[in-house]
Design a protein around this ligand. Structure first.
Ligand SMILES: [Zn+2]
Length: 46
């Protein structure tokens, strides 16, 4: 199962499919990117 990456702190998060909310446990940011191996769409511009 693919995980998520926090859009803010870049923390990798394993999401429990039972949970409704997807919130970064580190910074409580609510915008997470799906972690994908071959999708360059979500590469953040530093
Ligand atoms: Zn975070």
């Amino acid at each position: 199962m693919p995980g998520y990456v926090c859009a803010k702190c870049k923390e990798e998060i394993e999401v429990n499919p039972v949970e409704d909310k997807v919130i970064c446990p580190k910074c409580s940011h609510r915008v997470l990117f799906k972690q994908r191996s071959d999708d360059p769409d979500h590469v953040p511009a530093e």
